[in-house]
Write a protein that binds this ligand. Structure first.
Ligand code: FE
Length: 205
């Protein structure tokens, strides 16, 4: 088998990244172990649980929510989430009148410190184009019905500015701790393709 040499399944971008990586390693500019550590950190340690904690805190503390909507970069950094691909953040709030959806039409800009690495579909050409042309259709495919009277706003992420959706707090969350609230918040709800489902109550049917 020629595994490891057959690059026919790789995209142009992936091929370019591979070539650059080998060149940097070859020239002694980059330590491959250090690269692996960065990738592993984002795969295993930094993920949507960070964003979920931000959302849960905003649901629980009105002052924090105000700050988050005014200056997301600072409010998120205060929780310890900062670093590459998240230097400049904007948080957009879903309400009974507005549903926000995030895309990067150009490539795959995504707020790494709060959401980790982007899912494959986020990087796909169909999502990137259709999120703009037919956002309600895309939402429907994720099982999200947004009523006609609710406007849908689409935010195009760039290298300069990345977005996090503050989903609506579902009903039935009374008495839940921030930790319990965070457990309800999904990655997709913070991209805006889904809503946060209400908690499943013990003993509920
Ligand atoms: Fe991008």
């Amino acid at each position: 088998m020629s595994e490891g040499h057959d690059h026919s399944h790789l995209s142009d971008t992936e091929l370019r990244v591979r070539s650059l990586e080998s060149l940097l390693v070859e020239k002694g500019i980059v330590d491959p172990a250090a690269l692996d550590t960065v990738v592993q950190t984002y795969e295993e340690k930094i993920g949507p649980q960070n964003g979920a904690r931000v959302v849960a805190r905003a649901w629980s503390e009105p002052d924090f929510k105000d700050w988050l909507l005014r200056d997301a970069s600072a409010a998120i950094a205060e929780m310890g989430y900062h670093g590459r691909q998240g230097e400049h953040m904007n948080v957009v709030e879903n309400t009974s009148q507005v549903h926000n959806l995030v895309v990067c039409t150009l490539c795959s800009c995504y707020p790494w410190p709060v959401l980790g690495l982007p899912p494959t579909w986020y990087k796909s050409a169909p999502y990137r184009s259709r999120a703009v042309i037919d956002p309600r259709g895309v939402l429907r495919e994720f099982g999200t019905e947004v009523p006609d009277e609710v406007s849908v706003r689409v935010w195009d992420s760039t290298a300069e500015l990345r977005y996090l959706v503050l989903p609506e707090r579902p009903l039935g969350c009374e008495g839940l701790s921030q930790e319990d609230l965070a457990a309800l918040v999904t990655r997709n709800s913070m991209i805006g393709v889904e809503k946060v489902a209400p908690p499943k109550r013990a003993g509920a049917a």
